[in-house]
Design a binder for this molecule. Structure first.
Ligand SMILES: Nc1ncnc2c1ncn2[C@@H]1O[C@H](COP(=O)(O)OP(=O)(O)OP(=O)(O)O)[C@@H](O)[C@H]1O
Ligand SMILES: [Mg+2]
Length: 588
């Protein structure tokens, strides 16, 4: 009887397994640096050539290995970091599987030089494609050097999948940045094709490291976070909008010191920033999550880049609240934000008959577009600074108003600065915050009857989308009813909304309602709808503002949750320090 099934030989098994752990130069650097960190090094040097394809060298001053251990280190499933299955529950080292070095050695030409604390000489091993070619005792200082040359020279398929050098080295740059941020007390030196790219000596705090790694522009925009929720602590720094990035690569998260890219973590970070940034923009965040090791399973991903939390909700709440508190001075959606109902609590009330309560002339309402948003500023009911008010009360209200640029922005001043204020964006922020409060408190905004109700016709899909959100429209002050199976009748709008803009607003709301990207996230969808309402209701940039309107707007801004950016993340002001103006004028 013949058999076609054969047990693979060890070399092939190793190469298959290596593919899981090592898929590009980036993963080699990651594994080697993690080993150096686990070996209690205080100085780690990384050199790469040609995107790491030609050479990766990692040298450290850690514990090193004895002669016998050096051989064992290259065996699969040989580790000094775990002894029993029990240890898997509370892993405190970066590595634990005992397969990284064996995997790297099976797909490259690897040289290991290591020496431990004993008086014995060091060891040099040379392995090619998993086969030991040379083993020698040599004189060497304490620590370890691993050189990986010609990665994937014996796995042409993998080689083909590598991208150009630049692309591969960009990944490694980012990785080294992550390590440098995560371990400020360790020194990192990094060079690329002989050019020094980072020289970060050991420092005491993560903010000192941030200063080495980032430009002044980033540093000036950072705010610190330190927030504890149950047994999760979140600390680190985030850049305050309007500082934004165009991709997610500047969100650095570390779970118990381990750099991870986790969907739950990322989405909590994004959520905390959701009303401060335009869509398609991303924050810069350096966040350290600390929790008892048994609260997190790190053994779920071949490259240990993902983790699983035992209590995901606690982790995401801690991040959300921590980031929000750092940005706004208050946790996300505290319970309750306002002690008193924001406006008298009443469900949607049908619009009064015209005879008894004639709608006011809308033209006479212009100044009250700002006052009429019927919400008082948030009043903290307890002494703690949890209310969503801006940290410096009266910041805007105390500014002097110089006027308005023709058909454009407002010009204000403080003692030290000339301030240009985008009044559309500012009004949008005020309205949005108040609409958000209405939603959170489940109360309804005032509604004002239209003299002539408006009938609007839609396609079936659009009609159904609008009707599905009719309660949100009613709570925000729009009196809408179904009229047949494709039309709706608008009988009233909130006092702060221009009747003429209704059709335009509903068209943009429908667009958001039909956005497939938002369907799975009702909270975000609602927020997007409110942003649209705020945007359409806000005073337009060219409109001229009456001084009383300007004052009302400034006072409202001071009560706003984030008086620096509009709900889409655009800055509200551009500021020119008087000192700079004087300098430009040639004055001292
Ligand atoms: N730079 C180093 N300094 C001292 N010892 C090292 C160093 N690199 C590796 N070792 C030793 O070699 C062993 C094997 O390393 P390897 O990276 O293959 O596995 P690991 O780190 O234990 O687990 P993992 O596969 O999860 O990384 C380690 O457990 C450690 O004892
Ligand atoms: Mg390792």
């Amino acid at each position: 009887m013949s058999t076609r099934i054969r047990v693979l030989d060890e070399g092939v098994i190793n190469r298959i397994a290596a593919g899981e752990v090592i898929d590009r130069p980036f993963s080699v650097v990651k594994e080697l640096v993690e080993n150096s960190i686990d070996a209690k090094s205080t100085a780690i040097r990384v050199d790469i050539e040609r995107g790491g394809k030609k050479l990766i060298r990692v040298r450290d001053n850690g514990t090193g290995m004895s002669h016998d251990d050096a051989f064992l280190a290259l065996e699969r499933h040989a580790t000094s970091k775990l002894t029993s299955e029990k240890d898997l529950i509370s892993i405190a080292t970066m590595g634990f599987r005992g397969e990284a070095l064996a995997s790297i050695a099976s797909v490259s030409r690897l040289r290991l030089i290591t020496c431990d604390e004993s008086d014995e000489p060091g060891t040099e091993l040379l392995v090619e494609g998993g086969v030991l070619r040379k083993a020698e005792r040599i004189g060497s200082g304490r620590g370890t050097l691993v050189e990986v040359a010609n990665l994937f020279y014996n796995v042409p398929v993998r080689l083909k999948f590598l991208k150009e050098n630049r692309w591969e080295s960009d990944l490694i740059d980012e990785l080294i940045t992550r390590f440098a941020l995560a371990f400020p007390h360790l020194g990192f030196t990094y060079s690329q094709d002989g050019r020094l790219k980072l020289d970060a000596p050991p420092v005491k705090s993560s903010i000192e490291r941030v200063h080495t790694v980032y430009s002044r522009e980033v540093r000036d925009n950072l705010v610190a976070i330190d927030y504890a929720f149950k047994d999760v602590r979140v600390h680190g720094h985030v850049a305050k909008p309007p500082y934004v990035k165009s991709n997610m690569r500047s969100v650095f998260t570390f779970v118990n010191g381990r750099s991870v890219r986790d969907r739950l973590v990322n989405s909590a970070v994004m959520r905390a920033f959701s009303n401060l940034m335009e869509r398609g923009r991303y924050p810069l965040a350096i966040l350290f999550l600390e929790m008892p090791p048994e609260q997190v399973d790190v053994n779920v991903h071949p490259q240990k880049a993902e983790v699983r939390f035992r209590k995901p909700k606690v982790v995401s709440d801690a991040i959300l609240n921590g980031v929000h508190e750092a940005l706004m001075g208050a946790p996300f959606n505290p319970q309750p934000i306002f002690r008193e109902p924001i406006i008298p609590e009443r469900p949607y009330i049908p619009i009064p008959e015209r005879k008894e309560d004639p709608p006011r002339e809308r033209e006479t309402l212009v100044p009250s577009r700002f006052e009429a948003v019927p919400l008082p500023p948030a009043k903290p009911s307890e002494p703690e600074p949890a209310a969503l008010t801006y940290a410096e009360p009266g910041r805007y209200a105390s500014m002097g108003v110089l006027g308005q640029l023709p058909g454009s922005f407002l010009v204000l001043h403080t003692r030290e600065e000339l301030v240009i204020l985008d009044h559309h964006a500012a009004h949008e922020r005020v309205l949005f915050d108040r609409l958000l409060a209405i939603e959170r408190e489940s109360v309804s905004s005032e509604c004002q009857g239209l003299l002539i109700p408006k009938v609007l016709e839609y396609s079936r899909v659009e009609f159904r989308a609008l009707i599905a959100h009719v309660n949100l429209l009613r709570r925000t002050g729009f009196a809408v009813e179904e009229f047949g199976d494709k039309e709706i009748i608008v009988k009233g709008v909130p006092p702060w909304f221009r009747e003429a803009d209704v059709e335009d607003l509903f068209a943009s709301l429908i667009e958001v309602m039909l956005d497939t990207g938002l369907r799975g996230d009702p909270t975000r969808l609602n927020e997007e709808l409110l942003k649209n309402i705020a945007c359409k209701a806000a005073v337009k940039e060219p409109s001229e503002m009456h001084p009383s309107e300007i004052r009302a707007l400034l006072a409202s801004l001071d009560a706003s949750s984030s008086a620096d950016v509009c709900p889409h993340g655009r800055p509200l002001t551009v500021r020119y320090p008087l000192s700079e103006i004087r300098k430009k004028m040639g004055r001292k």
